[in-house]
Write a protein that binds this ligand. Structure first.
Ligand SMILES: CC(=O)N[C@@H]([C@@H](O)[C@H](O)[C@H](O)CO)[C@@H](O)CC(=O)C(=O)O
Length: 241
């Protein structure tokens, strides 16, 4: 059973993977990156090896090392580290999921496989379930990003009954502009304690109004938008239910 120690909410920074000019990962700046997020941006949750981090362009070995470095440098500074472990190969995805558990990550997220695509909800759920089972103690998030995966199965359809199939399911990272789908996800799962993390920064305010519990993004954490997002999230947190 996944440890539900703390719900992932509020702002979650999708981290870039720093590189040297020779195309190697620049591990030496990750410590400063943690300090920048925490001290200057007030963000204590991160999403590693996702789209912004170009996880799918890294080798499995690089993805493991990047995840380890964020865990090490974020210890006692960050609240939650979620690792994206999606891959075309189920075995690689499972290896990354197991690794995330071993290094003490707070959750894993998975996109739909995008070359030979799942052709319906059941096929997609079966893939996700196999990955989640490789890290049975970790909260699991489905990363819905149809514009990049080409997998158009609506998130609302996927969420219907998902916890019976994936007991560790804890939330959705929704990176699509279809606010109708997003709103239906929220509405139809009100009695569940899912995290609804919105991933299109430009529509964040609308998504918050509709019930997003947090945001994973790269762009919202700047200047005025940081302030706005934090304020709205704080208001939502205080709103009596
Ligand atoms: C496709 C993409 O990169 N989306 C960004 C957004 O923050 C995006 O940069 C922003 O909305 C600007 O278009 C994040 O949702 C990415 C993200 O969460 C991730 O790195 O996995």
């Amino acid at each position: 059973m996944a440890s539900r120690k703390k719900k992932l909410q509020g702002l979650v920074a999708a981290t870039i993977t720093p590189m040297t000019e020779h195309g190697e990962i620049n591990f030496s700046v990750i410590g400063q990156y943690v300090d920048y997020l925490v001290e200057e941006q007030g963000v204590k949750n991160i999403f590693v090896n996702g789209t912004t981090g170009e996880g799918l362009s890294l080798s499995v070995s690089e993805r493991r090392q990047v995840a380890e470095e964020w865990m090490t440098k974020g210890r006692n500074k960050l609240d939650q580290v979620v690792i994206h472990v999606g891959a075309l190969s189920l075995k690689e995805s499972q290896e990354l999921a197991r690794h995330a558990a071993e290094i003490g990550a707070d959750g894993i997220a998975v996109i739909a496989p995008f070359f030979l695509k799942p052709w319906n909800k059941d096929v997609l759920i079966n893939f996700l379930k196999e990955v989640a089972a490789a890290a049975p103690a970790l909260p699991f998030y489905y990363y819905h990003i149809p514009a990049l995966t080409g997998v158009k199965i609506r998130a609302e359809e996927l969420l219907d009954g998902i916890q019976e199939k994936i007991p560790t399911f804890q939330g959705l990272k929704f990176s699509d502009t279809d606010l109708l789908d997003f709103g239906q996800c929220v509405d139809q799962n009100r009695e569940r304690q899912f995290a609804f993390l919105f991933g299109v920064d430009e529509q964040l305010l609308s998504a918050l109004v509709m019930g997003a519990t947090g945001a994973v993004g790269s762009f919202a954490f700047r200047d005025l938008s940081t302030l706005c997002s934090n304020l709205v999230l704080e208001c939502r947190r205080r709103k009596p239910s």
